[in-house]
Write a protein that binds this ligand. Structure first.
Ligand code: PMP
Ligand code: GLN
Length: 386
């Protein structure tokens, strides 16, 4: 095609291609074992695929209701009622979305006015900041510091101003694998009390919390739930990241605003998959067993790195393990993962990608949502070079 015949001012001048796309592409080009982008390399259960096929073949292939199919919203309400003691009305407090990314983007678009301030915690999942900037919001960054990446509530308090419209939280946390405690949720409740601040809680790893610790969903805390939009994703829970189906919980006044935007940026999500997910959710062990499953993989991964010079940082949840590599190399983290992918044959994500200023703490992230053979092959390569 010819060049664009006019100068174009970018809405996101500082944004390139996401680190996940960049690293997965490089891994593929090099034939490296891809422990960068977060997705399982094993399959979901056949019965889930059978349900999709059943609903497709029985003629459920037209638009679902805008908020999602009723059976799925009811199944979600039942799950969060049982797990968190929360009463969300499927009619007007639950919406099915095209994954968590869309849910987060839509929540920000629906609730942030130009000039509003939004607090995020750095390292921050890569989609949050561009979503805020596209609405003309002003990003305020609270720091989570290695090695345990705990929030510093005194520092967060100092970021709150009369212009603060939203706080975006993520527990269990990507990329660090840290998990917030009940005390953190209480601190968040105190911080937002008597303010007009909306909490957006990204809980896509809600079922992947280790060592017998319970997931502190915002939904457990009525005071917080009353001002919160909670986001989750079936991709993480049922090993189907490519299906891009998630959901949002919010009190009806917030949900009404959410749906005003949702109806115009996706309208609705594909019908047979929603119906299949509703069937599949009837058996609670299908998400209840996830923590034990991934805890086994976490332990295997940490043990597998024992023969290397990586400093293995804490991991309390998610399917990500962070490591510090400063005993191996003094290269910037982006150069280190490039070398690791090309020369060692294992791809990872540099944590600097999650900092607005590109802060480099010599920490990288591996995804351990992989078959045991994949992990063993990665250990062999890593032990040889690292
Ligand atoms: N939030 C976090 C913290 C994530 O890790 C991810 C994806 N891994 C998402 C949101 C996006 O989820 P989805 O694929 O359902 O859009
Ligand atoms: N959330 C996934 C990760 O953290 C990636 C999703 C994506 O590629 N956008 O690796």
């Amino acid at each position: 095609m010819p060049h664009l015949p006019f100068p174009l001012e970018s809405r996101l001048p500082d944004v390139g291609t996401t680190i996940f796309t960049t690293m997965s592409r490089l891994a593929q080009a090099c034939g490296a074992i891809n422990l960068s982008q977060g997705f399982p390399d094993f399959s979901a259960e056949d019965v889930l695929f059978e349900r999709v096929s059943h609903w497709m073949r029985s003629g459920h292939n037209q638009y679902a209701p805008m908020a999602g199919v009723a059976a799925l919203r009811e199944a979600i309400a039942a799950k969060v009622g049982t797990l968190y003691g929360a009463g969300y009305d499927p009619e007007d407090e639950i919406t099915v979305t095209a994954g968590a990314t869309q849910a987060l983007f839509t929540a920000v678009a629906a609730l942030v006015h130009p000039g509003d301030e939004v607090i995020v915690f750095e390292p921050v999942y890569d989609s949050y900041v561009p979503a805020i900037q596209l609405q003309g919001g002003v990003v305020r960054r609270a720091r989570l510091s290695a090695p345990d990446y705990r929030p510093d509530w005194d520092a967060v308090r100092q970021l709150v101003t009369p212009r603060t419209r939203m706080i975006m939280v993520n527990t269990p946390h990507n990329p660090t694998g840290s998990v917030w405690s009940a005390a953190d949720l209480q601190a968040l409740a105190e911080l937002t009390r008597d303010t007009g601040i909306v909490v957006v809680a990204d809980e896509v790893y809600e079922h992947i919390v280790f060592d017998g610790v319970r997931h502190e969903s915002v939904a457990r805390y009525p005071e917080l739930a009353a001002r919160s939009v909670i986001v989750s994703s079936f991709g993480k829970t049922f090993h189907v990241t490519g299906w891009k189906v998630g959901y949002v919980l919010a009190p009806r006044a917030l949900m009404a605003e959410f749906r005003k935007v949702h109806q115009f940026n996706v309208f609705t999500v594909n019908t047979p998959v929603q119906l299949a997910l509703a069937d599949y959710m009837e058996e609670p062990s299908r998400y209840g067993g996830l923590a034990a499953f991934y805890q086994g993989k976490r332990d295997c991964f940490r043990a597998g790195l024992a023969g290397t010079a990586f400093e293995v940082l804490p991991c309390s949840g998610t399917y990500f393990q962070t490591v510090r590599y400063s005993a191996i190399s003094s290269a910037p983290d982006t150069a280190f993962v490039d070398w690791l992918t090309r020369e060692v044959g294992v791809a990872a994500i540099p944590l600097s990608a999650f900092f607005g200023d590109g802060r480099d703490e010599k920490v990288i992230r591996f995804c351990f949502a992989k078959r045991d053979e994949t992990l063993q092959a990665a250990f062999e390569r890593l032990r040889r070079f690292c």
